[in-house]
Design a protein around this ligand. Structure first.
Ligand code: TMP
Ligand code: ASP
Length: 236
């Protein structure tokens, strides 16, 4: 099945398979923040993120969103469609937190009247700077039509995830999506996990995501486990 390692990112390793149309994403226990400047390991983190991602991809597929998810091949390994990745990080924001509160005079906790979609250029080398449509098109990353479609998909995904997570007592503050192309279609890629979402507990407002690592507010494994218990109770 798994053949050659294709590349190793900060939290996942991607392998080729004997089918050129499919790859395997292995969710690792390593985690980084601030463009890789802060690094660590947390046991079972890869497992929890893989299972949370699986569950959210399955939910979105059932709601008509095309994702790259095919199947799990082990606890931490996800079989996915091989895509041509679009180098844009799409960040839907419902409540102000993180970089938007540092870059602009917007107070943390401000609830946006409608979701704010931020586009970043996916490039560690350039520090993931914010993009707009013209810059992305000029760099040849995507077409205007593709970006319009991606924004529409991101809004739909945000609405679906917000409701789903709220039913598990989680507030979806913001999150990061990546997309790719497959046979002329735009497909949701990467992962949706505690690494890529800001989740606040509905009652206490406590961060239940990678912010506990970024800002040192708690134990990563037990935080991610708490989210997994709510979203994938069947693994416990
Ligand atoms: P930010 O506030 O740091 O811009 O992050 C916004 C959201 O995007 C947050 O939920 C975390 C997620 N994110 C990633 O998944 N990868 C990244 O490299 C960054 C910077 C943020
Ligand atoms: N994922 C990015 C990094 O590892 C940034 C972050 O999530 O804070 O540096």
């Amino acid at each position: 099945m798994k053949t050659k390692e294709l590349y190793s990112g900060k939290a996942k390793t991607i392998y080729r398979t004997d089918n050129p149309e499919q790859m395997i994403a292995d969710f690792r226990d390593s985690l980084t923040a601030f463009d890789g400047k802060k690094k660590s390991e947390a046991s079972k983190k890869g497992y929890y993120n893989a299972q949370i991602s699986r569950k959210l991809f399955e939910m979105l597929e059932a709601e008509g969103i095309r994702t790259h998810y095919i199947d799990m091949v082990s606890d931490t390994e996800m079989l996915v469609d091989a895509l041509e990745i679009i180098l844009i990080e799409v960040i839907p924001r419902n409540i102000a937190a993180g970089s938007i509160t540092r870059t602009y005079p917007i107070k943390e906790g401000t609830r946006f009247e409608k979701p704010v979609i931020v586009l970043d250029y996916k490039s560690d080398e350039h520090g993931d700077p914010m993009l707009n449509e013209d810059i992305a098109v000029t760099m040849g990353i995507a077409t205007y039509e593709e970006i319009a479609h991606i924004r529409e998909m991101a809004l739909k995904i945000n609405a679906l995830l917000t409701d789903y997570l709220y039913s598990k007592d989680l507030i979806l503050v913001d999150f990061k999506l990546e997309f790719g192309r497959k046979d002329g279609e735009i497909v949701l890629a990467d992962e949706i996990s505690c690494d890529t979402c800001r989740l606040w507990d509905k009652t206490t407002g406590k961060s239940l995501d990678k912010d506990v690592f970024r800002f040192g507010g708690g134990d990563v494994t037990s935080t991610y486990e708490e989210v997994a218990r709510r979203l994938v109770p069947e693994i416990f």
